[in-house]
Design a protein around this ligand. Structure first.
Ligand SMILES: Cc1ncc(COP(=O)(O)O)c(C=O)c1O
Length: 521
């Protein structure tokens, strides 16, 4: 199918959404009035808005909440009507909003109208089944219900005393997830916002355990490790140079002998190795570092071993799929993001560690106003294990979600994603004009167009593949992202969205081949 016909909308009706007069947002063109900016009192306000001193009236809240739930259900039911990535250019959205906050209250109906008109269409639709970029973050239905209840309860899980339920349910859910992924009871942990924060906390533990001057400390990770590891080194005062990037093999896996050599060279030069990060499921290609061999090195050298399984860790809930994780039970800490492949609304990152007390030593700072004086039993105050004080009640949505899906339901969906990715990889492999650029241990396929017989040099291939992904993303039907592997432009298709079906993956392939044919004409 020629790309022209795809782009003209004959094959893809949604394309008309992206090309017509409704492109972006100028409010006048959409036939409604942007937010109120005058000091005139608008009509349709309720009493609490007109002269109240308290919150929204509970009955007004109930009515508005029902409307919001309808909005949410409508959105989820028809998310495919949107282009996955909106047809906007940077800077086009902000001018559609008033420059200053409204002086006077506005009716909730008008606000929700504007939400529908200004917010929804300008979102990148992570909930769209055609979202195949980065690593998917789906907000599942039960997870969204959990977020709603979390907001209503308004807990702050900084101290046991500021939320006994958030504190104790966090312990329960951490235990459930720890057991679900097959790690031993020696692992305790906590829920943070992101893997970036979890890894930062883990490396703070490593710094704490090592003690002494940070100046010469060194952390080791593969050249494919996530940028959050380098950021953690920056933030912890170790400096960017503290991260030693170890070379990978042709499968993008850290080489344990190169790691051992780097550590011994650094020791010989007077540096202080403190930690190794092994990644199971790297961000670019989802490669799997040899965790057991790395654990041997870490043990021998007395280093903290942190396993970054932010994306792939969810797979370990299926016992028959645990081979890539072999050895992670020997780690000091492990991060898994439920907000990636366990379909939990952003944010939820699980940090598991055998060394809770070391994390506490790294972060505990208890001023008088945070001390619990009225309890005999020692309490766990989770803020003592993190650099932040205020904490969301993230355990609630996880508890609701784990019960609604059951581990079996989650396993079924993850296995399905693995099958979809395997099918896609097989299509790429079967087409001589396309080339797979990395193994597919999980649900992400790295590939590029490389037409048979074309004397394309690397630069020309890069340009062509960048054009393909751009053309495909502009259809609005699917959304993919890219990376570079060994310097070469690489298209990534990552299956991880809860709503993705085989037809979406098949459509992505169809669009890609059409774009390639058009570009290569
Ligand atoms: C392997 C890996 N680690 C860490 C992260 C960072 O995750 P977060 O956005 O939760 O900080 C990512 C993000 O994709 C990742 O792929």
């Amino acid at each position: 199918m020629p790309l022209r016909s795809i782009l003209s909308g004959t094959e893809a009706p949604r394309q008309t959404l992206r090309r017509g007069a409704s492109r972006c947002l100028a409010p006048e063109r959409r036939g409604y009035t942007p937010g109120v900016t005058t000091t005139d009192r608008p009509t349709g306000l309720d009493a609490a808005q007109s002269d109240g001193l308290l919150d929204m009236d509970p009955e007004a809240f109930r009515a508005a909440a029902h409307d919001v739930v309808d909005l949410m259900a409508d959105y989820l039911a028809s998310v495919e009507r949107f282009a996955v990535f909106p047809n906007v250019e940077p800077g086009e959205i902000a001018p559609a909003f008033p420059r200053t906050a409204p002086e006077m209250p506005e009716p909730i109906g008008a606000i929700l109208d504007d939400y529908r008109r200004l917010v929804e269409p300008n979102a990148t639709h992570w909930q769209h089944p055609g979202f195949l970029a980065y690593f998917g973050t789906t907000a599942s239905g039960p997870g969204i219900l959990g977020e709603m209840l979390t907001a209503a309860l308004g807990q702050n899980a900084m101290l046991w005393r500021t939320s006994p339920i958030a504190t104790e349910l966090e312990g329960v859910v951490v235990g459930w997830l720890r057991e679900a992924v097959g790690l031993p009871p020696a692992f305790d942990g906590l829920i943070t916002d992101t893997a970036s924060m979890s890894s930062l906390i883990a490396l703070a533990g490593a710094r704490e355990a090592a003690g002494g001057d940070v100046g010469a400390m060194r952390v080791y990770a593969s050249e494919e490790a996530h940028s959050s590891i380098e950021k953690a080194c920056m933030t912890l005062g170790l400096g960017r140079d503290a991260l030693v990037r170890i070379e990978t093999n042709d499968r993008f896996e850290l080489q344990a002998d190169a790691l051992a050599a780097a550590i011994s060279n650094d020791r010989a030069d007077g540096r202080r190795p403190i930690a190794v990060v092994a990644t199971v499921g790297t961000t670019s290609s989802t490669s799997v570092d040899p965790v057991a061999a790395i654990a041997d090195v870490a043990e021998r050298e007395g280093l903290w071993l942190h396993v970054d399984a932010a994306y792939a860790g969810a797979v370990a809930i299926a016992p028959e799929l645990r081979e890539p994780f072999r050895g992670w039970e020997r780690a000091d800490s492990v991060v898994i993001n439920p907000h990636k492949w366990l379909f939990t609304p952003l944010d939820a990152s699980l940090l598991l560690t055998r060394r809770m007390e070391t994390l506490r030593a790294a972060f505990s700072l208890v001023p008088e106003y945070l001390r619990t004086l009225d309890r005999e039993t020692p309490v766990r105050d989770y803020n003592e294990y993190t650099p932040v004080l205020g904490r969301r009640f993230r355990a609630l949505k996880l508890w609701i979600q784990l019960r609604w899906f059951g581990l079996e339901g989650l396993r079924r969906r993850i296995r399905h994603h693995l099958e979809l990715a395997a099918s896609f990889a097989a299509w790429v492999d079967a087409d001589p004009d396309w080339e797979r650029l990395a193994p597919v241990p999980f649900s992400t396929v790295c590939f590029r167009f490389r037409p048979v017989g074309a004397a394309a040099d690397d630069e020309a291939l890069d340009t062509m593949n960048a054009a393909i992904i751009d053309a495909v993303n502009r259809t609005g039907e699917v959304f993919l992202s890219h990376t570079r592997l060994r310097g070469g432009f690489t298209i990534r298709l990552a299956v991880g969205n809860l709503r993705t079906e085989e037809r979406h993956v098949a459509r992505a392939w169809e669009l890609m081949r059409a774009a390639a044919a058009e570009i290569n004409e």
